[in-house]
Design a protein around this ligand. Sequence first.
Ligand code: TRP
Length: 343
Amino acid sequence: MSNNGSKKRKRVLSGVQPSGNLTIGNYLGALKQWAREQHNFESFFCVVDLHAITVPFDPDELRTKTREVAALYMASGIDPEISTIFVQSHLPAHSELSWLLNCLTPLGWLNRMTQFKDKAAKQQAESVSSGLLNYPVLMAADILLYQADAVPVGDDQRQHLELTRDVAQRFNHMFGDTFTVPEAMIPPSGARIKALDEPTAKMSKSQVDSEYHAAYLLDPPNRIKKKIMRAVTDSGRDIEFSTDPERAGVNNLLEIYQAFTEKSSEEVLADFADARGYGDLKKRVVEVVNEGLTPIQQRYNDLTSEAGYVDEILAKGAERAAEVANATLELVRERMGFLKAHV
Ligand code: TRP
C-alpha cells in the first residue's frame, strides 16, 4: 500500500438506475464494494432517474424506485456522512451538460454502442426514443461534472466509459483542458453473479418475465429460499468451482456463498466436503444469503419508516453535489463561449 500522505483522495462516481429491483448481484458487485471503498475515495453515488426514462416507464414507479434505490445504498452501508448520495434529476447541471456534450458527440459514436443496439432491438422501432441513443452522453455528463478519477461499473458499461473518455478528450482538445479523463474500475469476472435460472447470463434487475431469475435485496427469506432451491444446476454431483459453462449453476452458487461469507475458495470447498449433493449446497447458500440480507432489510425498514428521512439525506446530497457540478458547468459554459447571465 502506498502512503498517500497529504495527496488528495481520488474521486469516484457511480450510479444505479431506479428501475426493476436491486438484486444480490447489484449488492455484491457494486453497493457492497462502494461501501467498503468509500473511505479510500471521495465518493459520489447517484440515483440516475434521468436514465430510467430512456425506456418506457411509469411515473409512480419511478418515484417509488428512486427512493428505494437511495435507501438501499444506505442500507448496504454507504454512509451519507462519508459519501455524497443524490438524485441525478435534482441537479439541472446533468441535463444541461448532457445537451452541450451531445452537440460535440458524433452520431456515429452513439450508433456503435452495443447496449443501444440491444435495447433498441427489444422494442418496437416506433417506441425507441432518441433519449436511448443519447443515454451514454448523459452518463458522460454525470461522470465529467464531478471530475471523477475512477468509475466503478460492471463490465457491460465498459463501452460507455470508453465513450466518456473520448468525449472528455475531444472537449479538452477543442476548448482547453477542462475535464479529468476517468478510468473504469471493473470488478474481476469472479465477482459477477449470474442468473439463477440461466447461469451463463448476468443476473439482471429488470428481467421481469421469470420469477426465478434473480434474488432481490428486499425478498423475504422464504422467497430467497424458493428461488435458490430452484436454481439451475447440472446432472452431476461434484461441488467445485468451475469455468465449464455446463457447470455454471453450481459455480454461481459457490460464488454467491463465497461473496456473502468472504471465505477463501479452500474454506468454501471445505464447508461442502460433507454435503450430500446439490440440495445440501443450496440449503447452505439460502442460509448465508438470508443472513447477509437480514441486516440490510432491517436497516432499509428503519430508514424508510421515518417519513421524510431519505428525502432529507437526498436534499443534503444534492446540495453537496451541486457545489462540485455547478463549478464544472460554469467553466464549461465559459470555455464554450456562452455569455454569463449576470455580470
Ligand atoms: N449506465 C449505468 C448502468 O446502467 C448507470 C449510470 C448512469 C452510471 N450514469 C452513470 C454508472 C455514471 C456510473 C457512472 O449501470
